[in-house]
Design a protein around this ligand. Structure first.
Ligand SMILES: Cc1ncc(COP(=O)(O)O)c(C=O)c1O
Length: 401
């Protein structure tokens, strides 16, 4: 039988194979050697248990479930009380007065990005993103017939504003930034946001149509050493902020997030109505009512960031002792170290695997000179991985010297 699935989707198996392969290798290695003997830094699956408020909300929801429509349909943009709460929280965070009309509750950040792209981007248009980037953006953009245009960043992962400007054409519809960044753990500074905004304002005027700035921020809460994640909305008219509770409440499987439109954007009501509509017609319909009630009950609550900070420090020590170079993450739960001289990322990740360490090759994020280690595992596992990292580097030096 021919054409069971389109060639494009067939091709995705190959394109998305790096993280999937690590996932499968992880399962089979854990079976073979025992889970406790594998240092699995491949997945960004937040393992810190959700705060107690999540359980309280579920218990309350169980009690109230027999009331009519307790689990019924709702407005596509979400429960009014949740939109009100988000408008209040985001007004404070973004230093711009948002109303509930600026908020659409989504099926995670992933759902929000897809709803936005469907609402705003036409086939053959282009969406820019700085390297390194969350690899799924590639698929999200292609879902709507558009093209992702990754742009090289400067050496220390700083935005290369000139390179971004040079990539903008009359086909550019949006740029997606992600800070704190998966995979680099770096934060985009306010100066960078201001410089980027100036370029986008100029180019939107030049082409006489908006170039949207999408700030994907699922890790905004997860910052270390008093780092600051600047607001976006005050700096650029055509900006939107996307957030998620996947990491902040460890609700990754509950699929809950939001998108906020800039109240000072021209015709913001039209764009917001379009995203509400696409949330519906893409089949999300609305974000899970159970998850919406959970976040309402958990206002102001988050997982303990100190747990991640302890792991970050433990991982830095392990990498230092092994002689692996990296830039210290200021946020999120990833290290993005350099692949040692003489190796490519695939080769080096294979060598890690030989020593029972699982990481992800940097090319999955557009940056093949690096590899990603996620610290969604206990500090104990990180500390125990020290000798394996040292053995990897010893072997790396001896094979390439
Ligand atoms: C940068 C980035 N954006 C979006 C997502 C998707 O998040 P969600 O689970 O809220 O859909 C992730 C998940 O890891 C991410 O790292």
């Amino acid at each position: 039988m021919r054409n069971i699935i389109p060639d494009q989707i067939e091709g995705y198996f190959e394109k998305s194979s790096l993280i999937r392969k690590m996932f499968e290798v992880g399962i089979s290695m854990k079976k073979q050697f025992g889970a406790e003997n594998i240092y699995d830094f491949s997945l960004g699956n937040p393992d810190v248990p959700p705060p107690k408020e999540v359980g309280e909300s579920l218990a309350k929801q169980a009690e109230e479930v027999s009331q009519p429509l307790s689990m019924g349909y709702m407005p596509n943009a979400g429960l009014p009380a949740v939109r009100e709460m988000l408008a209040e929280d985001l007004s404070e965070e973004q230093k711009v007065e948002l109303s509930p009309d600026n908020i659409i509750v989504s099926c995670g950040a992933a759902g929000a990005i897809n709803s936005f792209l469907r609402a705003a981007v036409e086939p053959d248009e282009e969406v820019i993103c700085p390297i390194p980037f969350f690899g799924e953006y590639f698929f999200y953009v292609e879902n709507f017939g558009a093209k992702l245009k990754p742009v090289q960043s400067k050496e220390n992962f700083k935005l290369d504003i000139d390179a971004i400007e040079a990539t903008i054409t009359e086909k550019t519809r949006a740029i997606i930034i992600n800070s704190p960044n998966n995979p680099s753990g770096q934060i985009i500074s306010e100066e960078e946001i201001i410089a980027l905004s100036a370029v986008l304002t100029k180019k939107s005027e030049e082409y006489d149509r908006p170039i949207y700035l999408i700030s994907d921020e699922p890790y905004r809460f997860l910052i270390f050493e008093n780092a600051h994640v600047p607001p976006i909305l005050p700096h650029y008219e055509f900006s939107l902020v996307i957030g998620s509770y996947s990491k902040s409440l460890s609700l990754a499987g509950a699929r809950i997030g939001y998108i906020a439109t800039n109240p000072n954007m021209r015709e913001v009501a039209k764009l917001t109505a379009a995203i509400t509509m696409t949330t519906r017609v893409l089949g999300f319909v609305n974000a899970s009512i159970i998850a919406q009630k959970i976040i309402l009950h958990s206002k102001g609550v988050g997982v303990d960031v100190n747990i991640y900070d302890e792991r970050r420090i433990a991982m830095a020590k392990v990498l230092d002792e092994a002689g692996i170079k990296y830039q210290m993450p200021k946020g999120a739960f990833y290290f993005f170290p350099e692949v040692p001289e003489g190796f490519d990322d695939l080769e080096f990740v294979d060598l890690l695997q030989k020593h029972k360490i699982l990481g992800v090759p940097g090319r999955a994020f557009g940056a093949p000179k690096f590899f990603r280690l996620s610290f969604c595992v206990s500090a104990k596992v990180i500390e125990a991985s020290g000798p394996a990292f040292k053995a990897v580097m010893k072997e790396a030096r001896s094979t390439k010297s």
